[in-house]
Write a protein that binds this ligand. Structure first.
Ligand SMILES: [Zn+2]
Length: 337
C-alpha cells in the first residue's frame, strides 16, 4: 500500500469514528490519536524522509489536505457537544442583537409639551369621557337645542342620545359644575367629528382646552397666559395678532394668529405668504355658561382657550398631511424621537 493510499484510508477511518463519537471526551481522544504529536498521521509523515523528492511532494500535499479536513471535522464535532451541554459556546464578547425601543407618538409628545407649559403656569390637568351627553357637549356650553351653532361641529351620535365629544370643552362645564372658584384647569384629549377625511381634517383629533374662573379675571389675563405659551412653544420673538371671532361659550371671542416662525413674518409657503399662522381660539367665558354651572356671573369671570394639537404639531414640524399621524407608518413616526 502506497503512503497516499494509507493516508486516504486513515482519513476515512478517522471521519467515520468522528461521526460515531458520543461525547466531547471521545472527540478529544480521537484528535490525539489521529492528529496528535504521536498520532497516526505524524507516523506516516515520518516515512517521508525515505522517499524521492518528486514523491515526497505529492505525499506531503496529500497529508496536509487530510490534516486540514480532519481539523475542521473535529471542530464541528466539538461544537456539536459543547452546544448540547448547555450553551457553553456562548460568547459574551460577541455584539448583541439590537432591540429598537418604541417611542412616544408625536401627537402625545406635542400634547405633553403643551400641558407642561401650562402646568408651569398653575393649571391642573383634568380629563372627561369620550362619550358625552348632549348636555355637557352642547347645552351647558350655550348651544341651545336647534341652535345653528351646532352645525359648526358635525357630530357622531351613539345609542341612547349620547354622542362622541366634538371638543374637550365639556370637561370645562363638568369641572365648573363640581368645583368652587378659583378653578384653573387644562383638558387635553381626543375629540371626534363627522367630517370628510382630507389633508387638513380627520374624524378624530386632539385638543387641549384650558380655562380659569375666579374673581376679577380679565381679557388681559388671557392675553398674558397665551403670549407666554406661544413664545415658550414656538419661539421668543413671536408677535401675536388677535382677531374677533365667534364661539357660543365665550363672549367676546377671539382667534389668535402668531407671526410665522419660519419666515419671521416676511411670507413663505408655510404661512401662505401672509406672514401669520392661525393657532387657537379663545375668549371670556359667556356669563350664561357660568350661570348654568351655578356660579354668580356678577361675582366671577373667566377665560377659556382651545388648541388643536395636530394643527400646532403640523406647523411646528412642517407636516403637510394630518393623515400621516394616524396611518401608523413607522418610517414617519421614527423621525420624532
Ligand atoms: Zn412664513
Amino acid at each position: 500500500m502506497s503512503l497516499v493510499e494509507e493516508i486516504t484510508r486513515l482519513e476515512s477511518e478517522a471521519l467515520e469514528r468522528i461521526g460515531q463519537a458520543d461525547s466531547l471526551e471521545s472527540v478529544g481522544e480521537l484528535h490525539v490519536q489521529y492528529l496528535g504529536r504521536k498520532g497516526s498521521l505524524v507516523a506516516i509523515l515520518r516515512q517521508l524522509g525515505k522517499l524521492p523528492p518528486e514523491e515526497k511532494k505529492i505525499v506531503g500535499a496529500r497529508a496536509n489536505q487530510a490534516r486540514v479536513r480532519l481539523e475542521s471535522e473535529f471542530k464541528t464535532a466539538q461544537a456539536r457537544f459543547e452546544t448540547d451541554e448547555g450553551g457553553s459556546v456562548f460568547d459574551p464578547t460577541l455584539p448583541g442583537t439590537a432591540q429598537r425601543a418604541g417611542t412616544v407618538h408625536i401627537i402625545n409628545q406635542v400634547m405633553g409639551e403643551i400641558c407642561q407649559t401650562f402646568y408651569g403656569m398653575g393649571f391642573q390637568i383634568s380629563q372627561g369621557p369620550h362619550v358625552e351627553t348632549d348636555y355637557f357637549n352642547f347645552e351647558s356650553l350655550n348651544f341651545p337645542p336647534d341652535h345653528p351653532a351646532r352645525d359648526m361641529q358635525d357630530t357622531f351620535f351613539v345609542e341612547g342620545g349620547r354622542l362622541l365629544r366634538t371638543h374637550t370643552t365639556p370637561v370645562q362645564t363638568r369641572e365648573l359644575a363640581n368645583s368652587k372658584p378659583p378653578i384653573k384647569i387644562l383638558a387635553p384629549g381626543k375629540t371626534f367629528r363627522n367630517e370628510a377625511i382630507s389633508t387638513r381634517a380627520h374624524v378624530s383629533f386632539h385638543q387641549v382646552d384650558g380655562f380659569l374662573v375666579d374673581e376679577g379675571v380679565t381679557m388681559a389675563d388671557l392675553k398674558g397666559c397665551l403670549v407666554a405659551f406661544c413664545r415658550s412653544f414656538f419661539g421668543e420673538e413671536l408677535k401675536l395678532k388677535w382677531r374677533p371671532s365667534y364661539f357660543p361659550f365665550t363672549e367676546p371671542s377671539a382667534e389668535v394668529d402668531i407671526s410665522c416662525f419660519l419666515c419671521k413674518g416676511k411670507g413663505c409657503q408655510l404661512c401662505k405668504y401672509s406672514g401669520w399662522l392661525e393657532i387657537l381660539g379663545c375668549g371670556m367665558i359667556d356669563p350664561a355658561v357660568l350661570e348654568m354651572a351655578g356660579h354668580d356671573p356678577e361675582k366671577y369671570t373667566g377665560y377659556a382657550f382651545g388648541i388643536g394639537v395636530e394643527r400646532v404639531a403640523m406647523l411646528k414640524y412642517k407636516i403637510n398631511d394630518i393623515r400621516l399621524f394616524f396611518n401608523n407608518n413607522v418610517r414617519f413616526l421614527r423621525q420624532f424621537f
